[in-house]
Design a binder for this molecule. Structure first.
Ligand code: AHG
Ligand code: MN
Ligand code: MN
Length: 308
């Protein structure tokens, strides 16, 4: 059976969402095509390895982290649809415009940095909020709860490149056709399967896990298979398509540009996420780079994990 070709831009034109949101999602797609080109040519162009800088997280900045960050920022500036961007690699947000009708974006431009130089799947993650009701855009304007998001998107640069978009209209996936440099609708409706096929955890952190986490993992290993890539976005994507739960209980992951966007996607697909205590989307953020424990996937499994 032949696939009816629907380009991302046609899809965006066809759905009833805010025009600035459409432009923002299109800007992400344009940026992802440019990042994918960098990923493909990393070793050839000498873009492997670290820049020599340490980011606000205290983590080593890879050359691709910096390139990705600049590429997406440029795309948002050009789109004229984004007022302010929070980014993992920037200590302070980048204010682009004071227009209160534009979108607020928090992004992890390159997720899975430890996998960049070893040809393993990596990705990009974006949460999108409205900037309505703000008199003035300041560095604090993007400190909004996850439940106020109007959309989220992520890209996986893997065995192929896929962009997944979640809006009020649902969750859909678009595969990059390298021959025409266009994203094509390949996964019209993504919905989380009921069964928890996989569970994903870094077992080397076992000694830090609570007794609840340890006993729930012992139960999960009887019924589900372990898969752990080490790139959140790739682990998340597999579990979203196949059913599963991802956990990082120690609080390494970031609320605003990792947990919130992926929880928005998961919720729209039928699952949920908590920090072991409350729903991720209910957390009121205190700062752009704050970290959170994360349990995300099939609600039945997620709710078994609690942190006292
Ligand atoms: P980033 O590359 O954006 O800093 O994120 C890395 C994160 C996430 O992608 C992944 O789930 C986690 O770090 C892996 O951590 P461990 O290597 O400790 O398992
Ligand atoms: Mn990340
Ligand atoms: Mn990152």
């Amino acid at each position: 059976m032949e696939l009816t070709i629907i380009f991302l831009r046609e899809y965006l034109e066809s759905i009833d969402i805010d025009n600035h949101l459409k432009s923002t999602l299109y800007a992400i797609a344009n940026g992802a095509i440019l990042v994918q080109e960098k990923v493909d040519r990393l070793s050839i162009d000498g873009h492997t390895g670290a820049t020599g800088d340490i980011n606000v997280q205290g983590e080593v900045v890879q050359k691709l982290d910096e390139l990705g960050s600049q590429i997406f920022l440029d795309c948002f500036r050009t789109s004229q649809s984004v007022s302010i961007v929070g980014c993992e690699e920037l200590e302070n947000p980048e204010i682009i415009s004071q227009d209160p009708n534009l979108c607020i974006v928090n992004m992890d431009p390159v997720d899975g940095s430890s996998n960049i130089d070893v040809s393993v799947s990596i990705g990009s993650i974006f949460g999108i909020w409205p900037s309505t009701n703000l008199n003035e855009i300041t560095n604090k304007s993007l400190l909004l709860a996850g439940k106020q998001q109007i959309a989220a998107a992520y890209v996986v640069y893997g065995s192929n490149t896929i962009m997944v978009i979640a809006t009020e209209k649902g969750v859909s996936g678009f595969t990059l056709d390298n021959q025409c440099n266009e994203f094509i609708l390949t996964h019209p409706i993504i919905s989380l399967p009921d069964s928890c096929t996989y569970y994903s955890v870094n077992y080397s952190n076992w000694d830090q896990f609570s007794s609840n986490t340890k006993s729930q993992l012992e139960e999960l290993q009887k019924t589900s298979s372990l898969r752990y890539v080490g790139s959140l976005v790739a682990d998340f994507h597999r579990n979203l398509l196949k059913g599963g739960v991802f956990l990082y209980p120690s609080g390494k992951l970031r609320l605003m540009y990792e947990a919130n966007p992926l929880t928005f996607v998961m919720k729209k697909a039928g699952g949920s996420a908590t920090n072991g205590n409350e729903n991720i989307l209910d957390i009121v953020p205190k700062e752009l780079h704050e970290r959170t424990p994360l349990f995300i996937g099939n609600t039945k499994e997620v709710n078994k994990f609690t942190i006292g």
